[in-house]
Structures are given as C-alpha cells and as structure tokens.
Design a protein around this ligand. Structure first.
Ligand code: UD1
Ligand code: CA
Length: 455
C-alpha cells in the first residue's frame, strides 16, 4: 500500500450551533466530534494526520492536546480548497491524501479503506444518493457516466438541482496531483470561496479516472451543522452501540433509552433497564442487573450484583452478589464487598465495605474501612471532616451500630462491638462490648404545655 496521510478539515465557524464552544468540540457519546474522526482515521494507520483549525483553535488544541496530529491554522475560512492548501506544505509528495471533515463523525474506517483503495487508479470520491439533496454539491456525470464536475447548491441551475447524487466531501487523491490542482483554484463562484470540489473538473479534463464509492450506510456521512443534527447523530451512534451490545448477549429493556458515553464490557446475561447512562469504562460481570435511571461511571460490578433504580455510582468496585439501592450514591474510591447491601439514601465515599455488611438506610459512610458482616443502623454518620482535615473510621468484623449514631473520626470500633442507638462515639469502642453515649431520659410529672394567650 502507498503512504497515506489524512487531512481533517475543522476550521468552519459552526455559526448554526449558536455556541461559544467550537463546533468540533461538541460531543457525541461524551467525546468531541473531532476525536471521533481522529480515531477513525487512526484505524487506517496513516503516516500523518493534519488537522486544519480556525475558529476557537487554541481551545480545540488545548482540549485535544493528546492527539498525535499536525495542527495547521487556516486564519480565514476561504473555502474547502483553501483549507486543504494550508496543510499541503507538510504533506509528502508520494503520499495518497485522504480528506475528512471534523464534523462528520460517524464515518466508518471500512468505508474509508474502500475509498483509499479506489484512489489507486486516479481520484476517489465518496458520494451518496439522497432523497433530498438540498444544500449539497451535485455530482455531474458525462455521457459515459464518468464524473465530469461537481456543482455546489448555490451555483447549480435548472436540471442540476434535480440531481440526487451528492458530494459527501470525503475524497482520496495522490498528493502530487492535488497540489497541481490546488494551485489552479479560483474563487469565481456564488460564494467567493476556493472550492475543493473544482478539482474534479480539472481531473476530468485531464482524463484522470475518478472513482466513486458509497458508504455502507448513509448515516456515516451525516454532517453536523446545528444541534438538531448533533442530536440525530448522537441517536445514530447510540443505536449502533446498543445493537452491538444486544448481539453480544446484553438485554437492554429499551435500546432507544440507553446511553453509553465510553466503553462497556459485559458478561453473560446482564440486563440494563431504561434510561441508564454509562460513562467512562464500565465492566459488568455475569448476571448483573441495572435498574432504571442509574448513572454509572468508571465502575466494575461483580457477577450477580443488582443495582436497583436511581443509583449513582462513580469510580467504584462492587460485588459480586451485592445489592445497591434504590437511591444509593457510591462515590470515588469505594469498594463494596461480596454480598454487601447498600440501601436507599446511603452515600459511601472512599470506603471499603466488607463481605456481607449492610448499610441499608439513610447513612453517610466516608473514609471508612468496614469489616465483614457489619450492620449499620439507619441514620448513622461517619463524621470524617473537622473543617480542615479528613479522618478515617475503622469498623471491625461483626460490629452492630445502632441507629442515628455519629462516629467522630479518627475512631475505631473493634470487632464484635455493639454501639447503642443515638450514640456519639468519639473514643475507640472495645471489641465484643456494648458501648453507648446517651444522656439520661427524664420525665417531668404533671408538666403542662404552654397555651397561647395565657401567661
Ligand atoms: C461542502 C462541499 C459540498 C458537499 C458538502 C458536504 C465544497 C466547496 N463543498 O459544502 O460539495 O456536498 O461539503 O457536507 O467543498 N472548512 C474549513 N475551512 C473552510 C471551509 C470549510 O475547514 O474555509 C471545513 C468545515 O469545517 C467542514 C468542511 O470543511 O468540516 C465542509 O465545510 P462546509 O462549509 O460545511 O461545506 P459545505 O458548503 O457544506
Ligand atoms: Ca457542511
């Protein structure tokens, strides 16, 4: 195969997004548009990727600093031909060039491989037939069916407007040939721009073969100009991911109401109910069920664990065979052990919960190491913050903590200890004993409640 280089055009203003954020930084499935295109380009193993930026360039480069690309500025957006020309001084003469758009994120690498292969004989252009071609450049063919030229919507007249085969903008061409065409572009057209599309008339005039290929799916070439299209492309992307997961054996109660913004690995027979949002890297063991309306980010959930509805889990490991929720919040650096239960309105942060331990209702467990078979009563709070520093709470195995207890850290409750309900524990509680701190209960016989209007 020939040496391949890619140019991604990303200098457009994106005015119709009505946004302060540069268009190519708007996300699809949580990742900027440009990152999607970049990753697809990378799959072709090109020698080099050039990104032509303009509007909001500093921000684009800052947010995508990890991209291995050559950044090329196009200070003024004078057209697609002008944009490509800005990158040419960094392109090797013997390369084949693949031109992509930063705002066409669904393009598949297999389609691009076919496009690049089709350029062997001359130039290759990706085209599609659209029921409504409005807005696109039309492909004009000669009597033999060869591409003769491309006419832009604003320059098209009469019968040209009825042509339904359109230019996607994506093409592959030997760099040396492109260079000679770019030098001859002018901007004598309806928009006063240097059109990249004008190179096709030049090639046809020279008798250069122009091959056209179509994407496997029309959705691949959907471009994003406004937030309506952004939303459409997001749904396409989510449907693709959902379909792939269903084929892997995951049950999605409704694939239309599933959002994966990252990577999901699933075991056998997992089920995900509606309106679940998964972010980052999420790994599910076998037989995991996730209830409706959960948000789970960067988490590992062990086999047989049940996440009940309305849970929020971030940067945590859970299970196996654990039961979380409904309405639980598991915060970063938490590990919930095998067969542990975390119930409703419980928040766990930077804590380990041992095998079979239960925190079933209305509790805050922060900066805590908890042993096995512990039972934490409703309303228990680890007071881990003194206003300046965080302190740890240690709870041994088989501890029972009565409801509405405050454990003022740093503090240790040793194995087998029982803490009476309503205690404020400020000193370590010894093993296997009952400890409580509680003021004496008093009754005032004959006491009368004050009544309004009477002294
Ligand atoms: C372009 C094509 C049109 C095609 C359509 C497909 C030309 C002249 N027209 O039209 O035939 O049907 O795409 O969507 O090529 N860009 C720059 N710098 C510029 C201008 C554009 O980087 O000066 C980038 C944009 O960011 C975008 C891409 O090039 O990613 C296409 O630009 P856009 O303005 O959307 O082109 P269209 O006029 O839609
Ligand atoms: Ca466009």
């Amino acid at each position: 195969m020939r040496r391949l280089e890619v140019i991604i055009l990303a200098a457009g203003q994106g005015t119709r997004m009505r946004s302060d954020l540069p268009k190519v930084l708007h996300p699809i499935a949580g990742r900027p548009l440009l990152r999607h295109v970049y990753e697809t380009a990378r799959a072709l193993a090109p020698q080099r990727i050039h990104v032509v930026y303009g509007h909001g360039g500093a921000r684009v480069q800052a947010q995508l600093a990890d991209l291995e690309v050559r950044w090329v500025e196009q200070a003024q957006q004078l057209g697609t031909g002008h944009a490509v020309a800005q990158a040419m001084d960094g392109v090797a003469e013997e390369s084949t060039l693949l031109v992509l758009y930063g705002d066409v994120p669904l393009i598949a690498s297999t389609t691009l491989e076919r496009l690049v292969a089709a350029a062997e004989a001359g130039i290759a252009l990706l085209t599609v037939e659209l029921a409504d071609p409005t807005g696109y450049g039309r492909i004009l063919r000669d009597g033999q069916g060869q591409v003769a030229r491309i006419v832009e919507q604003k320059d098209a007249q009469g019968a040209e407007l009825a042509i339904r085969e359109v230019n996607t903008g994506l093409l592959a061409i030997p760099a040396s040939r492109l260079r000679s065409y770019l030098a001859r572009l002018d901007n004598a057209n309806a928009q006063g721009e240097f059109y990249l599309t004008d190179i096709f008339a030049m090639a046809a005039a020279e008798g250069v073969a122009i091959a056209t290929t179509a994407p496997a799916e029309t959705a691949e070439v959907l471009g994003i100009n406004d937030r309506v299209q952004l939303a459409e492309v997001e749904r396409h992307y989510q449907q693709r991911q959902a379909a792939a997961l269903l084929r892997q054996g995951l049950t999605l109660c409704d694939p239309q109401r599933f959002d994966l913004r990252g990577e999901l690995t699933v075991g056998r027979d997992c089920t995900i109910d509606v309106n679940v949002v998964l972010e980052g890297r999420v790994v599910l063991g076998d037989g995991v069920t996730i209830g409706a309306h959960c948000v789970i980010k960067d988490a590992e959930i062990g086999s047989g664990s049940q996440i009940q509805p309305f849970c929020h889990i971030e940067q945590a490991r859970i299970g196996p065979a654990a039961r979380i929720g409904p309405y639980a919040r598991i915060r970063p650096e938490s590990e919930i052990g095998e067969a542990a239960h975390i119930g409703n309105f419980v928040e766990v942060k930077k804590s380990t919960i041992g095998h079979g331990s239960k925190v079933n209702h209305l509790a805050y467990i922060g900066d805590t190491s908890m042993g096995q078979r512990v039972n934490i009563g409703a309303g228990t709070i680890t007071c881990n913050y003194d206003g300046a520093n965080k302190h740890r709470t240690t709870i041994g195995d088989d501890v029972f903590i009565g409801s509405d207890t405050q454990l003022v850290a740093p503090v240790t409750v040793h194995s087998g200890a029982t803490i009476g309900a309503g205690s404020t524990i400020t000193k370590d509680a010894p093993a296997d004993e009952l400890t409580l701190s509680r003021s004496k209960q008093l009754t005032f016989p004959g006491w009368k409640r004050p009544v309004k209007g009477r002294p």
